[in-house]
Ligand binder design. Structure first.
Ligand code: TMP
Length: 210
């Protein structure tokens, strides 16, 4: 039986390439937390505030194909800064466990690495905008870029339309970031939903949150 008390007030992120299954896995993790009676809030980044949802629409609209990488960095960061202030800070202050669908790790992998902006520059900007940059635990759901995108049975948004080379770099960016940080874990997310969920629970249960 995992020790669930340690999860209160913790900040956990699920992240990874498009189609890695993080939204489903975040939902399953939250349901598990609720069964364990851990007070939990979950949010998606970008989004989950009025301002953040509007920024999300601008970012993902295929109409905005001219958007530059620096503009992407600043818009993702703006949505995140709002989410931090409006939703995450109060939830952590109430000692809830906060589960996030994406976070700064995405800006590092997409804009910083695949987009060529630079991961260090992204982190530097984040330090100016966010009171707290890194979560207690970040779980990267690793899938091959092509396999991930082939799981999306709908029209691609502006980011998804960026092509295989860009998305393979995104994956490499996530793996590089994870290699450099102890609070990151990487899971092979090519298996079925239940198999991946079990791996997520294993990581969460074993996390030392040091
Ligand atoms: P989602 O649909 O997975 O929530 O994410 C929206 C898209 O935005 C997805 O293609 C990944 C991309 N993205 C970035 O490029 N940079 C970021 O910082 C974040 C949070 C997402």
């Amino acid at each position: 039986m995992p020790e669930t008390k340690k999860l209160t007030g913790k900040f956990i992120v699920l992240d990874g390439p498009d189609g890695c299954g993080k939204t489903t896995q975040a939902r399953l993790l939250v349901e598990w937390m609720q069964r364990q009676k851990v007070p939990t809030d979950s949010f998606r980044d970008p989004g989950d505030t009025t301002i953040g949802e509007e920024i999300r629409q601008i970012l993902l609209s295929p109409q905005h194909s001219a958007m530059s990488t620096p503009a992407e960095v600043l818009l993702y960061m703006a949505a995140r800064a709002q989410l931090w202030t409006e939703k995450i800070t109060p939830a952590l202050a109430a000692n809830k466990c906060v589960v996030l669908d994406r976070w700064l790790s995405s800006t590092c992998a997409y804009q910083g690495y695949a987009g060529g902006f630079g991961m260090d520059k992204v982190i530097k900007i984040a330090r100016e905008c966010l009171e707290r940059v890194w979560p207690d635990l970040t779980i990267i759901l690793d899938v091959d870029a092509k396999a991930g995108l082939s799981r999306l049975h709908r029209q691609f948004d502006r980011m998804e339309q960026k092509g295989d080379i860009y998305h393979e770099k995104v994956r490499q960016g996530f793996l590089l970031l994870a290699k450099e940080r102890e609070s990151f874990a990487v899971i092979d997310a090519t298996g079925d939903i239940e198999t991946v969920h079990k791996k997520v629970l294993q990581i969460v249960s074993q996390a030392s949150f040091g």
